[in-house]
Design a protein around this ligand. Sequence first.
Ligand SMILES: Cc1ncc(COP(=O)(O)O)c(C=O)c1O
Length: 454
Amino acid sequence: MPDQPRNLFKKCLEYTDPQEARAQGFYPYFRRIDDTYGNYVICEGKRKIMIGSNNYLGLAQDDRVIEAACAAVRKYGAGCTGSRLLNGNISLHEQLEEELAHFLQREAVILFSTGFFANQGAITTLLEEGDAVLCDRENHASIIDGCMFSPGKLIPFKHNSATSLANRLKRLPAEAGKLVVMDAVFSMSGDIADLPPIVKAAKAAGAFLHIDEAHSLGVLGPKGRGVVHHFGLNDDVDIIMGTFSKSLGSMGGFVAGSTELINFLRHRSRCLIFTASLAPAVVGGVLKALQLLQEEPERIEQLWKNTHKMHEGFKSLGFQIGSTETPIVPILIGSEARAFQFSQRLYEEGVFATPAVYPAVRYGQAIVRTSYMATHTEEDLDQVLEIFERVARELGTFDDPAYSPSNLRKNVLDFSLSQQDGFQPFREDAGNTSSHGPELRPSSSRGCGEIPQT
Ligand SMILES: Cc1ncc(COP(=O)(O)O)c(C=O)c1O
């Protein structure tokens, strides 16, 4: 009897985590939002304070941004129906590229349809066989995928460690092209890349640098130009990548760099050439948001006031928030089951925030990821703190093993895969990095199966 081909759909039939979580009342993903006001949303007819969004400056709901998006639709239509290279290049795309290049003090910019594609497009197009890409272990999934799809060798280094990076670089052949890739702000832990020593280590080895400003554009640096500018390193970093899906309130991404680099990506990047260009509504809205970001610095000031209030507020209540220095505030919960339960109770009490569990974070150190906006009011934030405190007492969060003194000493919010600084084949454990997906595991493994019954 010849071997039967493997049934590709078997795993789908066996994948019942979401159903199990739903049956137990703790499914935290794909929550339907029926109406949104930025700092709060309406779900199932009830108002929830939104602390799970990257809309840092509240520009996604700004009337002027919405009107600019509508005006672009009226002028250019609902979509461009083709790639920039062929029929999908409208004047708004070029205007946005010019304005971004000016804002970031770079020679040129190229837009991509998502931030994910911007990372993937730049990394895969640039690297060749024999090159090496050095990747912080906590980098975003789009960077990791870009590295894995590129012909270069993927070499992980310890999170935010210039020493680890320098050690890796030292062991590479001198002639190998080298690219160091890093998030400027890490999207789970909220910590800021320690760029000055990282840049120094890279330069000493003749490596180029690609920095992802997804969570720092509009948040850090003069006028919100990002972490590279915050550290005064604009002349030392070769590639800046960013998204429009966070502070600029929309979707899409870009890469900024030299004229030659951008010209090369424009004609060679598959992530750009083989996909439709950004819709007019998106580009029109982002152009207005970029203008408002520069004209209304009080938004960034307010974002930081809110951020500091929440850092202090959570800490004074006894929550562990790791090493965050930004509006991304991860709240340590502990067991995966409790994190699901915690976010469900938050939701019932009127707070919208989602959990991040293993493998996005270390096993047993699940978090509720929270993030703040300039448009949150004092009242919103006080209410969030009050509800977190109440739910934590109800669920015994501070008694979780993650909160035991011995675990806290181990830096419980260290999201890295390994404390060791030895080489590891990254491909084998890439799934363990901060991939940010709704990581429910098969019901036979740890996770949803442990969700306690109420
Ligand atoms: C650090 C980082 N880079 C890139 C991306 C991808 O951006 P986008 O959602 O705009 O595709 C994200 C999105 O979550 C991110 O957090």
